[in-house]
Design a protein around this ligand. Structure first.
Ligand SMILES: Cc1cc2nc3c(=O)[nH]c(=O)nc-3n(C[C@H](O)[C@H](O)[C@H](O)COP(=O)(O)OP(=O)(O)OC[C@H]3O[C@@H](n4cnc5c(N)ncnc54)[C@H](O)[C@@H]3O)c2cc1C
Length: 207
């Protein structure tokens, strides 16, 4: 049977969660739908954990500058505390209970599952318990964000590779690392691992 709601918000990343929360606080019946984790890319695989990695890299780099400037230092990089801090302080081990409670605490209704728009104002959600159909009286907000894109590079499909998600989740630093793409995201996760790469990580240009 169809479930009635004022607004369906598809995707509860920073954009969707904020919109859904504000609409709920304004008194609307809001159904927020999330396929993965409420909070989206930013707290679990993006902004927040990457800053912990960058902070760690900055500390290592600073400590290496002590000789010749302020005394002596011996630096022994260890990825363990960085991974532990990401797990405990940023992501709750990739558990979004706090974020779900934050939304429902504002009066929102949360559904975990993957949403499809199946008719005007109608959203079907594939949940663990089967399909649910929602009818939105006022509107549907699409806030589905982005997914890491895997570029069409010959041979890549058969090669183990990381996106930003695996780079954030890893508990071990690889001995060496090739980063394809030197934009903001590619350059960021590289730098802390570069600071602690045991065999060195070299920038290069692919053609
Ligand atoms: C390494 C890294 C570092 C970053 N650092 C910063 C930073 O310092 N500052 C900054 O401002 N930004 C940063 N960003 C970018 C930031 O993470 C994004 O701008 C932000 O997450 C976008 O929010 P969003 O809500 O639009 O989308 P997303 O965060 O992508 O959320 C969309 C959500 O929709 C869900 N979804 C998608 N399709 C469906 C569906 N059909 N049904 C149900 N749910 C669905 C997804 O599971 C996801 O949770 C960084 C990103 C990365 C990768």
């Amino acid at each position: 049977m169809d479930e009635r709601t004022d607004v369906v918000v598809i995707g509860m990343g920073p954009g969707g969660e904020d919109a859904a929360g504000q609409l709920a606080e304004a008194g609307l019946h809001v159904t927020g739908i999330e396929a993965r984790l409420v909070g989206g890319e930013c707290p679990y695989w993006g902004c927040v954990p990457s800053k912990m990695m960058i902070r760690a890299a900055g500390l290592l780099a600073e400590a290496r500058r002590i000789p010749g400037m302020a005394g002596a230092s011996t630096v022994t990089p260890d990825w363990g505390p960085v991974a532990a801090r990401i797990r405990a302080e940023a992501t709750d081990s990739w558990n979004d209970k706090v974020a779900v409670d934050r939304f429902t605490g504002k009066g929102g209704h949360f559904v975990r599952g993957r949403a499809r728009i199946t008719a005007p104002g109608e959203v079907t959600v594939d949940t663990a318990g089967g399909a649910r159909v929602f009818r939105a009286r006022r509107g549907v907000v699409i806030a589905t964000g982005t997914e890491p894109a895997v570029p069409p590079i010959s041979g890549l499909a058969g090669t183990p590779y990381w996106t930003n998600r695996e780079a954030i989740e890893t508990e071990e630093v690889p001995q060496s690392l090739i980063v394809l793409g030197g934009g903001a995201i590619g350059a960021r996760p590289k730098s802390p691992k570069q600071a602690s790469c045991s065999r060195g990580c070299s920038p290069g240009r692919a053609s």
